[in-house]
Design a protein around this ligand. Structure first.
Ligand code: CU
Length: 348
């Protein structure tokens, strides 16, 4: 039986701090707040495609990565990048209600027009969201899905009938100003699970406790047996290459796993150029050989399957750098393999 998954997404503008914890574990320095009260503020509002509950009743408070020690605010008011991670199973229908609430002032009208264009899934041209090829949708007042103005909404229908759709995919704004809007953050992630694919374990309690600092965590929960992580690289104007919207170790994702955790690391490239992702100490299978670095094409990605600490995949206890590198720019996060409990990390 075909199941329809219904999602409510709203595009919003907001200020953004790419280093919200005010630390730099690479240099060991504490950052100072700038005149705008942010540690590493973006000079203009960013755009987030934010997931909401039914009928946009309230923002859905869902973390991007439940096992990220440094994800601020668990998907709450300050938010996280990507603003929406949607899940479906092969054979599902996906119905996405999109509303454009871009309220940026003093901008030419066409820059505040947005759309949703998804990779990986199947859809008719009216739901492709890529300017200028979407015909008017007779069911939706002849609105066109590639040009949704401020205050307007549009419903997209996507399907994934074949196993070929299984994987991690980006969706992003592809209206006339799509490239600029995507650079400001107008993207999200769609995870389509194949038949029999595992559901990841959730943490039993909060990862970060009151009083925890960048290098000392008092009570990290027991790590997952099976886990899944989403890492999106994108380049924020004036900040540079970011990992889930953040820059600098101590702010970028620190993903928690245990010895023997089966991990699926979904790496996606939302920049406009290829980049390389490299997880220190670990290898994973690519085709019939092993590698420890993947090149992610612009708009594409890779899912790394790793059994932590195994002979084939390597790794083991400790904290390991995750490097993202593109021409002249890089960003680092980390993978923390731990037994949980009190954890102390190093810094420069
Ligand atoms: Cu695209």
């Amino acid at each position: 039986m075909v199941k329809t998954r219904e999602y409510w997404l709203q595009l919003e503008n907001q200020p953004w701090d790419a280093s919200p914890w005010g630390v730099d574990r690479t240099s060991g320095k504490i950052l100072t707040r700038r005149a705008d009260e942010l540690f590493r503020g973006v000079s203009e509002d960013v755009l987030r495609i934010r997931r909401y509950e039914e009928n946009w009743a309230a923002p859905a408070a869902l973390p991007v990565n439940p096992w990220d020690l440094t994800e601020p605010d668990n998907g709450g008011a300050a938010g996280a990048f990507p603003g929406a991670v949607l899940t479906a199973k092969v054979a599902d229908e996906i119905k996405v209600h999109f509303r454009n609430m871009d309220q940026r002032a003093n901008l030419p009208a066409e820059q505040r027009v947005h759309s949703l264009h998804a990779h990986g899934v199947q859809r008719r041209p009216i739901y492709d969201g890529a300017y200028p090829l979407s015909p008017p949708d007779l069911q939706q007042n002849n609105r066109r899905g590639d040009r949704i103005g401020p205050g307007e909404s549009f419903t997209y229908l996507w399907s994934c009938p074949q196993k070929a759709a299984a994987g991690a995919w980006l969706f992003h704004d592809a209206a006339l100003a799509g490239p600029q809007s995507t650079a400001l953050g107008a993207f999200g992630v769609l995870l389509i699970r194949g038949p029999g694919e595992m559901e990841p374990d959730q943490p039993a309690s909060a990862l970060r406790r009151a009083g925890d600092v960048a290098t000392a965590f008092s009570d990290v929960p027991k790590p997952p047996r099976q886990s899944e992580y989403v890492l999106v690289f994108h380049r924020l104007p004036g900040v540079g290459l970011c990992l889930n919207g953040r820059q600098t170790l101590g702010n970028t994702p620190t993903l928690v796993a245990g010895f023997g955790t089966r991990m699926r690391v979904h790496c996606l490239n939302a920049t406009a150029a290829p980049l390389t992702v490299h997880i220190h100490g670990h290898r994973w299978e690519r085709g019939d050989s092993y590698t420890d670095a993947e090149v992610l094409p612009a708009g594409g990605g890779a899912t790394l399957s790793i059994l932590s600490g195994s002979a084939e995949n390597g790794g083991g206890m400790g904290e390991w750098l995750i490097d993202g590198a593109a021409a002249g720019d890089n960003v680092q996060g980390s993978l923390l393999v731990t037994a949980g409990g009190a954890v102390t990390l190093t810094s420069g």
